[in-house]
Design a protein around this ligand. Structure first.
Ligand code: GDP
Ligand code: ZN
Length: 307
């Protein structure tokens, strides 16, 4: 809506409005302000209630977007100033495919958001499954992503996740059913995330408007951004040449390709393809890359929407 809840540095909370259209960012988005924004506001003492008028938004360190549902040409800023996203992954119930993980990582690389991979439900896995997790984790660790095997249910390694959340703004992502709500409840039992409330209210047939919100947690100045109803985010208007740069291991090799604009497809003397043959680059990663390059429309939208 047009009201924003703003929390001051000393912890007071004010309902604030914005004046006029407020064009500050150089992106065309349907929402001028998003959860995570740092703003300046003046208190408005006219009415009985003390409310605020936002007059300045500080530069965003980063932000993530999705395409607007209504206006296909416009984007919606989901959240800003995110320190890290935990991407939750399960082998089964639901399956998370490497193509999904790799697309997701392209979006977070493009928006410069640190991503940690959480392999959840390790309490349910067979020896064979655990080997597969180990193999996958090795691929992603090798290229710079932290990976942790956890069980939100038994709380195995949940303390490790909590430790990583200290003094940071975190988000949790992943397919529906991977255990996001269960993990957040294990981290902070008193936090009743809207994600859950909405599904409960939905069952009662009530209409609810959803809005994104940031929560202060009870430990170590940790914060969570909850974006109910948003299943994933995307990159709009990405150039074909850009995509390889968001595969960190390709980007490192790129300067050794014969052509500076090498797409690592059929070009001769391609360092990425050589590394692939030598087993240095993982086939699953290369396959995801080719799928993104070949499977998309002209402006290479990389969407990771769940539904
Ligand atoms: P969300 O859609 O990502 O929020 O997923 P939920 O937190 O609702 O979890 C989906 C289902 O998986 C629920 O039945 C949870 O009890 C179950 N679940 C979540 N984490 C774990 C886990 O670590 N181990 C097991 N065995 N089940 C889990
Ligand atoms: Zn190349």
């Amino acid at each position: 809506g047009s009201w924003y809840t703003v929390k001051t540095a000393t912890g007071e909370v004010y309902e604030c409005r914005i004046k006029g259209k407020f064009r500050i960012q150089d992106i065309k988005s349907t929402n001028p302000i998003a959860v995570g924004d740092v703003v300046d506001f003046k208190l408005d003492t006219k009415g009985d209630e003390l409310t605020g008028v936002i007059h300045h938004i500080h530069d965003r360190k980063n932000y993530i977007v999705r395409k607007s549902v209504n206006l296909s040409k416009q984007i919606h800023v989901i959240a800003s100033n995110i320190d890290q996203v935990f991407l939750m992954i399960t082998l089964d119930n639901p399956p998370t495919f490497t193509s999904f993980i790799d697309r997701f990582l392209v979006t977070t690389e493009a928006y410069d958001v640190k991503t940690v991979l959480l392999f959840n439900k390790i309490d349910t896995y067979s020896e064979e499954d655990l080997l597969e997790i180990k193999y996958l984790a090795a691929i992603y660790r090798e290229i710079g992503y932290e990976c942790i095997g956890i069980s939100a249910k038994t709380k195995k390694n949940v303390d490790q996740v909590k430790a990583m959340m200290a003094s940071k703004v975190s988000m949790f992502a992943g397919h529906s059913g991977v255990g996001k709500s269960t993990l957040v409840n294990a981290i902070e039992p008193s936090l009743n995330l809207k994600t859950k409330e909405i599904s409960e209210q939905h069952r009662q047939g009530q209409h609810t408007t959803t809005f994104a919100e940031m929560f202060d947690l009870s430990f170590d100045d940790a914060k969570i951004i909850d974006t109910p109803g948003i299943k994933g985010f995307g990159v709009v208007d990405m150039d074909k040449e850009e995509i390889g740069d968001y595969f960190p291991e390709f980007f490192r090799l790129k300067e050794d390709c014969k052509f500076h604009n090498c797409l690592h497809l059929e070009e001769p003397k391609c360092a990425v393809k050589e590394a692939l043959e030598e087993g240095i680059v993982a086939w699953s990663r290369y396959r995801s890359y080719v799928q993104i390059i070949q499977g998309e429309d002209e402006n290479y939208r990389v969407d990771v929407y769940d539904e």
